[in-house]
Write a protein that binds this ligand. Structure first.
Ligand code: G3P
Length: 219
């Protein structure tokens, strides 16, 4: 599986996010590889009502109905059609583990699937205790890299992350700098079930071509 994180790229915002989601849907159906657009909360409703693949959101906040100006409440994104949510991405981390745990609880209360990011193996072990649907290892320093990927720079860590994943029984997703089918293949060989990618797709002149390249990693 491939999570495409739209972040706040222009190519992943509003009408452009909808167009990209349709391309992702087509490539996913053509290739048989599950590809999930992970979109801004403001775009979920339109995208989820247009495409017939899973759509996830990038974050929810650890809040309940009430006075929490500017927060993203899980009930809202679930009602809009989100199937799951990222949590603890290195670009939008919680201040402390308790807040992450509360956000995870809230996501589960409303029925969202969850993927929790970790920057290293210690954090991966810690977040596994929350029993998310997926755990993800992403070294922050490689995010957005166009030449060095997690697959080429951190194979030993991916291998160890995969051992943790097997011990806790939670599938592993790996990301940061992934930009070729070779990267995808390597991550899978090392024990990940999928990858998370952003800049390779979001900055691409031809995102379909890039997606078609990445899915080759599953051949
Ligand atoms: O969540 C995936 C993302 O952080 C990876 O970003 O640009 O290195 O593919 P990128």
């Amino acid at each position: 599986m491939i999570f495409v994180n739209f972040k706040t790229y222009e190519s992943g915002t509003g009408g452009k996010a909808l167009l990209l989601s349709k391309i992702i849907e087509e490539v996913s159906k053509e290739s048989g590889v599950k590809i999930i657009p992970v979109v801004q909360s403001s775009d979920i409703k339109e995208i989820a009502s247009t495409v017939s693949i899973e759509v996830w959101t990038q974050k929810i906040d650890p809040v309940e109905f009430g006075a929490h100006t500017g927060s993203i409440i899980p009930e809202a994104v679930f009602e809009d059609g989100a199937i799951g949510t990222f949590l603890n991405h290195s670009e939008n981390r919680f201040n402390d583990f308790e807040s992450l745990a509360k956000a995870h609880d809230r996501a589960k209360e409303v029925g969202l699937k969850t993927l929790i990011f970790a920057k290293d193996l210690e954090e991966l072990t810690k977040v596994s205790s929350l029993k998310p649907d997926y755990i993800s290892y992403e070294p922050p320093e490689l995010i957005g890299s166009t030449d060095i990927s997690v697959a080429t720079a951190k194979p030993e860590i991916i291998q160890k992350a995969s051992e943790i994943s097997k011990q806790v029984g939670i599938p592993l997703i790996v990301g940061a700098g992934v930009h070729s089918f070779q990267d995808v293949k390597k991550c899978l060989e090392l024990g990940a079930v999928g990858i998370a990618v952003a800049s390779d797709i979001m900055n691409a002149e031809d995102p379909r071509k890039e997606l078609l390249d990445l899915v080759e990693g599953y051949r």
